[in-house]
Design a protein around this ligand. Structure first.
Ligand SMILES: Nc1nc2c(ncn2[C@@H]2O[C@H](COP(=O)(O)OP(=O)(O)OP(=O)(O)O)[C@@H](O)[C@H]2O)c(=O)[nH]1
Ligand SMILES: [Mg+2]
Length: 349
């Protein structure tokens, strides 16, 4: 079933919508059926490579949606991207790490994840491996690394840019790299990561001032993520109150009425790795066990268990914890950026 909600596109009093389906490179048009609630549906269980809609003589067509993930250093940008793709790809550590632009484009179907770089005027293609990426991250003769990778939980055709943190004192060039990308006309969607363990630092405020300037110059959309929410000591601090304070902080910096998505990117990444049968390091196992034991989600004997040498974890509980980590809501927001803001870009595979 394919649905189209005209309200999402700020269309009123629409009685006819056609869906254009691309099948084997041929485009066919079919009428959609209007439901009482105003949405239109097209009932078909085939999966199409691409489709778009026609309403009022206009086409609501598909194109790639691009997002830049930005923040001060070590807020968890790379970890967040690893959580989205469900494995460790982007280099991540507890000090200034990402040193260049990484562009991660959606890949669909059975193709292998790959990456390519431009060096000495030549394009080189590699199979995607964390170790090679770590080396390339340090190679100052490369400006940008392009990666083609599957986002298992995002249907739209997207590109996400991982960027260097903007406040590294050892690597002052990092700031320019990120600012250059933001100045590029095509980047219209920003995912701004706030670090729950370092709220309201001067570096963050300075970055928000520059972002506001960009917002006034260009029509950009921003999703704010409050990452490392797991680091809050809930005995002493209240999550809702912290989110309210962040709202106030953003308002003071001229970002009013923005949704804030709380996230534990690290927890989400760990759970996705386990669910994808990817081995955890010793430290990751220790951390996951700690999260698991403090989670209030119940496990039951009937659950399916995933066994490690030292312990077993309930799959149901892990799935519940994944939802609590906040990653699913953010994927939904990335997927449905149109719902938050009126744009007409959609591509579903
Ligand atoms: N507790 C906790 N730690 C996190 C979370 N997300 C990331 N981290 C940790 O924070 C550190 C920095 O994470 P990165 O993903 O490298 O941060 P970054 O924003 O990409 O950093 P730069 O590329 O240097 O700007 C790493 O040690 C991560 O494991 C989280 O949700 N919770
Ligand atoms: Mg990084």
């Amino acid at each position: 079933m394919i649905t189209f909600n005209p309200k999402k596109f700020f269309l009123n009093n629409i009685n006819e919508i056609e869906i254009c389906l691309e099948n084997n490179k041929k485009i066919e048009t079919f009428p959609m059926i209007k439901k009482e609630n105003g949405t239109f549906v097209y009932d078909d269980d085939k999966s199409y490579k691409n489709y778009y809609f026609k309403a009022n003589g206009k086409t609501y067509c598909s194109h790639k949606i691009e997002y830049a993930v930005i923040s001060t250093m070590s807020s968890g940008k790379s970890t967040f991207i690893n959580a989205l793709v469900g494995k460790d790809i982007m280099p991540s550590e507890n000090q200034a790490c990402t040193g260049k632009i990484f562009k991660l484009e959606s890949l669909f179907g059975n193709q292998e994840d790959t990456m390519c770089i431009k060096k000495d005027g030549k394009i080189k293609r590699y199979f995607l491996e964390e170790e090679i990426l770590k080396e390339l991250n340090l190679d100052t003769s490369i400006d940008e690394i392009d990666i083609q990778i599957k986002y298992p939980n995002i249907r739209n055709n997207i590109s996400i840019y991982d960027t260097p943190g903007v406040n590294s004192y050892q690597n002052k060039g990092h700031k320019d790299i990120t600012y250059n990308l933001l100045e590029k006309a095509k980047i219209k969607n920003i995912i701004y990561i706030l670090n729950a363990t370092q709220l309201g630092t001067n570096d963050d405020k300075f970055f928000l001032i520059d972002l506001e300037e960009l917002k006034n110059k260009k029509d950009i959309k921003i999703l704010f993520i409050l990452n490392k929410i797991d680091s809050i000591d809930e005995d002493r601090e209240n999550k809702e109150e912290i989110i309210k304070n962040v709202e106030k902080y953003l308002e003071e910096n001229n970002f009013k009425n923005y949704l804030i998505f709380p996230l534990s990117a690290y927890l989400a990444k760990l759970i996705r790795k386990v669910l994808n049968n990817i081995a955890l390091t010793r430290v990751e196992k220790r951390d996951l066990k700690k999260y698991y034991n403090t989670s209030t989600i119940n496990e039951s004997e009937k659950d399916e268990y995933i066994n490690f040498k030292e312990f077993s974890l309930s799959r149901n509980k892990l799935e519940g914890m994944l939802e609590e980590s906040g990653i699913l809501d953010i994927e939904d927001a990335i997927q449905n950026i149109n719902e938050f803001y009126p744009t007409f870009s959609l591509r579903i595979v």
